[in-house]
Design a protein around this ligand. Structure first.
Ligand code: J2J
Length: 534
């Protein structure tokens, strides 16, 4: 039987265990150990719900039993598209305890993204909220289930209509299956280097590394974490995020959004000590601190990553928020780098830090895959105990994004300082990073080409002071479409709204490279030229 994902070579896995990077425990076990140590401590605060470790542990076990009774089997994939609700935490651990594989999907994803991910994952169940952010997830589930035949159960947090309520799945205690630590813990979505949506298969040992290592670097039982970004993303989930908190004895507080109006009162009320943000949100928080009435002085650390943080923003944030700042560069595929909490300001403000693990291999290479000279910019390739060796059921994408000896080609450009700190200098891949949300250019172009009046399309990033980048689309059209019409078309097609173009440009033809591909560099240069000319 072929593997759905590429395992680590046995000798490498043995090295990681011998070197102490892997501990042979599942995430469910790690959380349970913590729950046994601190049963009466607060674990999760979400809306009106406040659960101690013992209560949360017990609810996860009961939900695991309910999911098993529903027919969820070990190694089944289950698509989980939940916002930051207490059910997110319970469903995640419950599925892990059943031995099933949660496939985490961003709440902002819509039919197109879900269909693509579900066609790969073939989930047997799909877990959703009833309505969230003004969107009814049940009607989307209805449409999707017509296409995706594998989904036998739609499980709903909230009002279920004809589906299965999560609420009815907390069953009595039954023995749960043994789960291997080298089996999959979950799949997260790739920010992508090529083509369409991809899933990153993370094992328990692999995925536990970061929460463990980051938490060991200064997070403890007295800390209160605010989950302000969607927990379906790797950064707030595991770096060290929710999982680091719940395996260290701290408290996790769920914020429905990252807006200061939601987050600041929670920081004040729960005495939050740290959180995870993207750069555009940090700017917003720094500004809001001036006028918002809530007292956020309990914050001692804000981690920022997902997109490039400008040094001016970093400086303003450290002064304006009155707390420590940690820059983080990371990816769903694994590698994380971060600045240390006790480092000098110039490193914290201008670099993305260093990887935490001595076994992290980071190479900076030229287009021939040869290491660049010290201090030069190169593409970052990496391999290590928490970086995967390939995508889930995607041999072609895996062969493109990973070298034959298992290094992940990030598509990012970086420079290394003599201290080992990395500075991210740009990217080679055709991805737009819109305030931390990643948009694969080819995927968006594919959707645009489905429009009958559009005969060619090219998506490129355009610099933006707020979000870092926005989406500009060059179109060749028989009949010009307005921005509103194009966005309405994508919405009706079921594309996530963060991918919608912010700006349209009309051209007679698209520039092509020598091998006949769209030359996006020429288009980016054209936009830069028009910006400097205006
Ligand atoms: C510039 N670009 C960055 C940074 C990520 C921690 C933090 C972030 C992610 C993430 C993550 C950047 N400066 N500080 O998973 O665990 C861009 C790079 C990278 C891509 C990965 C984590 N931090 N990026 O953002 O899988 O281009 O993960 O390759 O969503 O985001 O995107 P994603």
């Amino acid at each position: 039987m072929g593997h759905d994902w590429t395992p680590y070579p046995q000798s490498t896995a043995a090295d990681y265990r011998r070197q102490g990077h892997w501990h042979g425990k599942t995430l469910g076990e790690r959380f349970r150990e913590c729950a046994r140590r601190y049963p009466d401590d607060p674990a999760v605060v979400a809306g009106d719900a406040r659960l101690t470790y013992a209560e949360l542990d017990n609810r996860c076990d009961r939900l695991a039993n309910g999911l098993a009774a529903l027919g969820v089997q070990p190694r089944d994939r289950v698509a989980v598209q939940l916002p930051n609700l207490v059910e997110f935490v319970e469903v995640l651990f419950a599925l892990m305890r059943v031995g099933a594989t949660p496939v985490l999907v961003m709440p902002s994803y819509r039919r197109q993204e879900l269909r693509a991910l579900m066609e790969i994952a073939e989930p047997t169940a799909y877990v959703i909220p009833d309505c969230y952010g003004g969107f009814d997830f049940r009607s989307q589930a209805r449409e999707l289930c017509e296409d995706i035949g594998t989904v036998r159960h739609v499980v709903v947090a909230g009002e279920p209509e004809e589906f299965t309520p999560v609420e009815g799945l907390y069953h009595g205690p039954e023995p749960l299956p043994d789960v291997d630590a080298d089996d999959l813990a979950l799949c997260v979505m790739s920010g992508g280097t090529t083509g369409g949506p991809k899933l990153v298969p993370r094992t328990h040992e692999n995925y536990a590394y970061l929460p463990n290592a980051c938490a060991a670097a200064g997070l403890d039982r007295s800390d209160v974490y605010l989950a302000a970004l969607p927990l379906a993303h790797n950064f707030p989930l595991a770096c060290p995020g929710l999982l680091g908190t719940l395996t260290s004895g701290g408290t996790a507080v769920m914020s429905p959004t990252s807006s200061p109006d939601d987050a600041f009162p929670l920081i004040e009320g729960e005495r939050v000590t740290w959180t995870t943000l993207v750069p555009s949100v940090v700017d917003f928080w720094t500004e809001a601190r001036q006028w918002h009435r809530s007292d956020v002085s309990s914050l001692r650390l804000v981690q920022v990553g997902g997109a490039l943080l400008r040094p001016e923003s970093a400086r303003r944030a450290t002064q304006g928020l009155g707390c420590g700042l940690q820059q983080v560069y990371g990816m769903a595929e694994g590698l994380l780098t971060m600045t240390a909490l006790d480092e000098p300001d110039d490193l914290v403000l201008t670099t993305q830090g260093r990887p935490p693990c001595p076994a992290d291999e980071v190479r900076l290479v030229d287009p021939d895959g040869v290491d660049v000279e010290a201090g030069a910019v190169g593409e970052l390739w990496t391999r290590g105990p928490y970086t995967v060796r390939g995508y889930f059921r995607a041999p072609r994408d895996s062969a493109e994004s990973f070298t034959p000896d298992g290094l992940y080609r990030t598509g990012d450009l970086a420079r290394r300082l003599p201290s080992g700190h990395l500075v991210i200098k740009g990217r080679l891949k055709d991805v737009i990073n819109r305030g931390g949300d990643k948009i694969a250019c080819e995927e968006l172009e594919g959707h645009l080409l489905a429009h009958p009046a559009i005969s060619a399309a090219a998506a490129v990033p355009v610099a933006d002071p707020g979000l870092g980048e926005r989406v500009c689309v060059f179109l060749v059209c028989e009949q010009r479409q307005s921005l509103r019409e194009v966005r309405a078309f994508l919405q009706a097609r079921g594309v996530a709204s963060f991918k919608f173009p912010d700006r349209l440009e009309y051209v007679d033809r698209l520039p092509l490279t020598k091998i006949g591909k769209i030359d996006r560099k020429v288009l980016v240069a054209r936009l830069a030229g028009s910006a400097s000319g205006s």
